[in-house]
Design a binder for this molecule. Structure first.
Ligand code: FHN
Length: 444
């Protein structure tokens, strides 16, 4: 009789093998999409105070009324191939989309529930279309799945009004375990069986109804369904707030999840910063606070140099249109990645990953090829202190064909001359340049 595998006791070698594609990928697309997009961040003419995808809870919208918006969720302009093509051009190697956010609405044709895009809204199966497009275009697909559920009677907050609040102790729903075992887990099984996701990205684990023991069981349950799937640390109770890393203890989860921030330093644990391009995850017609493309690229460089992943969010409209401001930025990131992506993918971090406030480093995995990113402005000469070239080293500026002149002294470090009048396409937007140094002796 074959012993069941205890996935909570995985060997380091097996863990590293399972994580490898994700570590090498570095950069993914997050998608928050659901009936909240119908409301566009506004309820009864008033901008919702919090995040657009929290509008049902924060504006105390009665379930029956919110269901009427769910029926209006008719994404007739949704084109899965276009969304995957945008992610690919941006240099994103995987996509994580909300299969079910806190509002409980499913973006697939669930056999467990009728509260989904097919049975309830009469639309096509979004996750089916997206999984087919991802398979066609070689992009990995993951699902964000909320443990908290404001719609299911066995999961929703049981005091009146039955809305969830961070600010107060909430009486737990005595039926929550039944919701987990007889609703949420069967939905996870149909998602994994039907669409073969590479990642399960849990959220909403903070509710008092959900326990650490249930988190350990949930991790084991999902890995038994698909042993090589990756699962974030919000599957259990160890995530430490928005800083996102897992507390000491026997908490489950393959990677930490800093949210709207970049881990400050380096960690021996895997982590992925999830961030928005404006300020909200779900679509809001009122959120115009778009980060610049340079800021987004600088975030990617910062995260890469520290050895993390970047999960950058888009919030499509209810029709299925990705905001043009998001498309513009992702296209510009893609232009930069086409030239500089070799310094991002399949790299590993250095102990001294940063120099002063605008130079970051990475190393091509398993080689003595190093990269130095200069953010802000391109100087006429650059001195690198965290690298040690040898006489055979060559130095290039990615996007420029000719090798650069350089000299090295122990006192000063590596001095690189930058040709005058260089005009590398897209750098006026990215404000980011990458120097490639081959044949390195070692690094600082
Ligand atoms: O409550 C959610 C929020 O709506 C969004 O999904 C973010 C991104 O992962 N996570 C939670 C807030 O921490």
């Amino acid at each position: 009789m074959k012993q069941p595998v205890n996935y909570l006791k995985e060997s380091t070698a097996d863990f590293d093998q399972r994580m490898q594609w994700w570590r090498d990928a570095r950069f993914g697309m997050f998608i928050h999409w659901g009936p909240y997009a119908v409301l566009e961040g506004e309820y009864k003419g008033k901008k919702t105070e919090g995040l657009a995808e929290w509008i049902m809870n924060n504006d105390r919208i009665p379930i029956a009324e919110y269901e009427s918006y769910a029926k209006q969720f008719q994404p007739d302009k949704f084109n899965a191939d276009e969304w995957v093509a945008l992610a690919r051009h941006a240099g994103m190697k995987y996509i994580v989309i909300t299969s079910k956010h806190h509002d409980g609405f499913g973006l697939w044709d669930s056999k467990v529930s009728t509260y989904d895009i097919v049975d309830f809204a009469g639309q096509k199966d979004i996750l089916k279309a997206l999984s087919e497009a991802c398979r066609k275009h070689g992009v990995k697909l993951g699902f964000y799945h909320s443990i908290m559920d404001w719609h299911h009677p066995q999961a929703q907050a049981i005091h009146e009004p039955h809305y969830w609040s961070f600010q107060k102790e909430m009486p737990v729903n005595p039926e929550f375990t039944s919701y987990l075992e007889n609703y949420m887990k069967p939905q996870l099984k149909e998602l994994i069986t039907a669409y073969d996701p590479a990642i399960l990205w849990f959220d909403g684990e903070w509710v008092d109804d959900f326990t650490h023991e249930q988190g350990l069981e949930l991790y084991q349950y999902v890995r038994e369904l698909k042993p090589d799937i990756l699962i974030n640390n919000r599957v259990d109770k160890g995530r430490q707030g928005m800083m996102g890393m897992t507390a000491e203890g026997d908490f489950a989860g393959d990677f930490g999840t800093p949210e709207q921030e970049i881990f400050d330093g380096i960690s021996s644990y895997d982590w992925e910063s999830c961030m928005t391009i404006n300020d909200t995850w779900g679509y809001s017609k009122l959120d115009h606070n778009w980060k610049s493309t340079a800021q987004l690229i600088h975030n990617l460089v910062d995260i890469t140099a520290k050895g993390g992943n970047y999960l950058l969010n888009i919030g499509p409209t209810a029709e299925g249109i990705i905001p043009p401001e998001s498309v513009e930025r992702l296209d510009q990131m893609g232009d930069w990645m086409a030239v500089n992506g070799e310094a991002i993918y399949n790299t590993e971090r250095l102990r001294n990953y940063k120099q002063a406030d605008s130079i970051w480093y990475s190393r091509k995995k398993g080689t003595n090829t190093y990269y130095a990113f200069k953010l802000g402005e391109l100087p006429k000469a650059l001195t690198l202190r965290n690298v040690l070239p040898n006489e055979n080293s060559e130095i290039y500026l990615l996007g420029h064909d000719e090798p650069l002149q350089w000299s090295y002294t122990e006192a000063e470090g590596l001095n690189i001359s930058v040709p005058a009048g260089l005009n590398l396409p897209g750098t006026e937007v990215s404000k980011a340049w990458t120097f490639k140094i081959t044949g390195m002796e070692s690094s600082g």
